[in-house]
Design a protein around this ligand. Structure first.
Ligand code: GRF
Length: 211
């Protein structure tokens, strides 16, 4: 039997993580990590949602053939009103999971309690929460930065970690080069973390175990 898992990606800007998630997961089939089940799952990125009408990611999502809802937060008096409007759209599309990919709005409990939500953050959490994580990691005394994928709760960058990886700093590396390597790590980690969180594994991983 095949079960469709309807997901949405929220973004605010460049949208490179959004693009990588779509390319890695959209309309791909997976098996459960549990033994003794023939159940198959297909992930569908049913839509993307962007709060910034001038975001470059809107072009990416259109090129990928995924519908994009553009909902400017500036048209709403309060965070709660904006979140309720997003919830309404996502409910119409029967969305089960929400993946945040550079979504630069703080979510209210209305939203965080409405869906299972996953976020990617460019630091080795709990180190360097907030909007300047790559720069803060780079200029810190630690020998590494990192990437973390976590469940979202009411606390900013504070939910349970799903997967995280350290990215070692290189001698004489520029901030731009460090940032590039952080993003490369993100593109690899985010789809893997989502599959892990949903208890899914690639079909090929199963096939390769067959004698
Ligand atoms: C990424 O570094 C992500 O970890 C952070 O915001 C950035 C978004 O980049 N939350 P992009 O829009 O996916 O290119």
């Amino acid at each position: 039997m095949l079960t469709l898992i309807r997901c949405a990606i929220l973004f605010s800007g460049n949208g490179s993580n959004m693009q990588h998630l779509i390319e890695s997961l959209h309309h791909k089939r997976f098996k459960s990590t549990q033994e003794n089940t023939t159940q198959e799952y297909e992930i569908e990125i049913t839509l993307t949602l962007c709060n910034n009408p001038s975001a470059y990611g809107i072009t990416r999502t259109k090129n990928l053939g995924i519908p994009c809802e553009i909902l400017s937060h500036k048209n709403f008096a309060t965070r709660e009103d904006f979140d309720k409007a997003m919830i309404h759209i996502l409910h119409i599309h029967k969305i089960r999971y929400v993946f945040l990919a550079g979504f630069m709005r703080i979510l209210t409990p209305y939203f965080t309690q409405s869906f299972s939500i996953i976020n990617i953050h460019p630091s080795f959490l709990p180190e360097h929460k907030g909007a300047h994580a790559i720069k803060d990691s780079f200029y810190s005394s630690a020998s590494y930065g990192g990437v973390s994928v976590h469940w979202v709760n009411e606390e900013l960058d504070g939910g349970e970690i799903i997967l995280q990886e350290k990215v070692a700093k290189l001698p004489n590396e520029s901030l731009e080069d460090f940032e590039y390597r952080i993003h490369e790590c993100e593109y690899n980690l985010y789809p893997r973390a989502i599959l892990s969180a949903l208890n899914l594994r690639m079909q090929t991983e199963i096939d390769s175990t067959k004698g």
